[in-house]
Design a protein around this ligand. Structure first.
Ligand code: OGA
Ligand code: ZN
Length: 379
């Protein structure tokens, strides 16, 4: 519709809002509170925040008059000496309660056991130089949930610098960083040379960290192959193969824990997480941190078989990648989507050292939006 030729009388003032000729059926309704709150003058261009305070209006907002002039709606407010001017394009973008377009809302692309050669790889020194490459890296993280950063400096600082390209190091109850090597008094299976079954990290946190970094500093041992599966690919296949099992795993919370001398973390999580569209968005799973299931025993009659079927499916040859991490590589992956683990290794045959930490998923998406979009007030 060409909004330039709308006659002035086209705006109809109603009790709680007004109607104007916009949108697919040529009649769009806007509530007066919404209009008053979102007057372009409500926003401060320096802070980019709303500076108007609707809680302190003396009377509910009501238009005294409203006209379309060119491509602008002009409202004079009753009970206030204020005039608002709205570009019709801004109103057209809000006719149907649409959510703001989000450049970081990219569809997930499932991957399978043959994905290892195609994992998107980014050289750390190149990322440090080039913000457009950082945008490509984050895009791959959103779509695939897994990337490899190569040519990492052999230093603690190298890992911190890499995380800082997308956000901040997100601490957990055990601190900001962790060192995966054999410990003398291990507090975690990861700190032994035993196999570490497929899992997501720190499920006992109320909000498990979103992005995981595992920086390989040394790996000369026999064994210790890395194993990874895409939770989205597996859960979607599980949904088709066992709809009832899928329902149980996506609706029932189970307890997780992590307990030692001076901490006792506990949470309840769903193994399969769905997003607002009902699509699989990820997983929370860990056998070594699953607490004793406290569901009614007759519910366990159906829950346990589904849980085991799904756990075996994660390890299925269709889905499981196996590979040897090399010193200088850093696995970066979505800890709510990708399950990871390792095979057992022989600690006496060489050195194995991974340094790990986390970042926040929402902060990563924020960095992506800032890199690829123009922002709200930039010309
Ligand atoms: C971990 C982990 C993987 C490895 O520490 O949580 O998954 O390869 N380690 O040791
Ligand atoms: Zn782990």
């Amino acid at each position: 519709m060409d909004t330039h030729f709308i006659p002035q009388q086209a705006v109809v003032l109603l009790e709680n809002g007004l109607q104007l000729p916009l949108g697919t059926d040529g009649r769009a309704y806007f509530n007066y509170y919404w209009l008053r709150d979102n007057c372009p003058s409500s926003f401060d261009s320096a802070t980019r925040e709303r500076s108007f305070d609707i809680f302190h209006l003396e009377q509910p907002p009501r238009a005294a008059s409203a006209d379309i002039v060119g491509d602008t709606l002009i409202i004079s407010w009753a009970d206030e000496t204020h005039v608002s001017r709205y570009p019709l394009s801004m109103l057209a973008a809000n006719t149907g309660g649409q959510q703001r377009a989000d450049p970081a809302d990219l569809p997930r692309k499932a991957w399978f056991s043959d994905h290892y050669p195609q994992i998107q790889r980014f050289s750390q020194p190149d990322l440090m130089q080039d913000r457009s490459l950082v945008a490509q890296w984050i895009k791959a993280m959103i779509v695939d949930g897994l990337t490899i950063v190569t040519d990492m400096p052999d230093s603690d600082q190298g890992l911190t610098d890499t995380v800082r390209l997308m956000g901040h190091v997100r601490p957990t109850f055990f601190g900001e960083y962790f060192d995966v090597k054999t410990h003398i008094n291990p507090t975690n299976t990861a700190y032994t040379a035993k196999a570490l079954e497929l899992h997501t990290d720190t499920p006992a946190e109320e909000y498990a960290p979103g992005i995981q970094f595992l920086h390989c500093r040394a790996n000369t041992v026999q064994g210790g192959l890395s194993i990874y599966s895409d939770g989205v690919a597996v859960a979607n296949a599980f949904r088709t193969a066992d709809p009832e099992g899928f329902r149980l795993l996506s609706e029932i919370d189970i307890p997780f824990y992590c307990e030692h001398d001076d901490y006792d973390m506990r949470s309840r999580q769903r193994v399969i997480e769905l997003d607002q569209h009902g699509e699989v968005s990820g997983l929370t799973i860990s056998q070594h941190m699953a607490d004793v299931f406290d569901l009614p025993q007759d519910v366990l009659d159906s829950y346990y078989p589904a849980f085991c079927r799904f756990g075996r499916m994660l390890q299925d040859d269709r889905f499981l990648m196996r590979f040897m991490m090399k010193a200088g590589e850093c696995m970066v992956f979505d800890n709510h989507r990708v399950v990871h683990g390792r095979l057992a290794y022989s600690a006496t045959t060489g050195d194995r050292y991974l340094r790990g930490c986390y970042a926040d998923r929402a902060e990563m998406r924020s960095t992506y939006r800032a890199l690829v979009s123009e922002g709200r007030f930039r010309a």
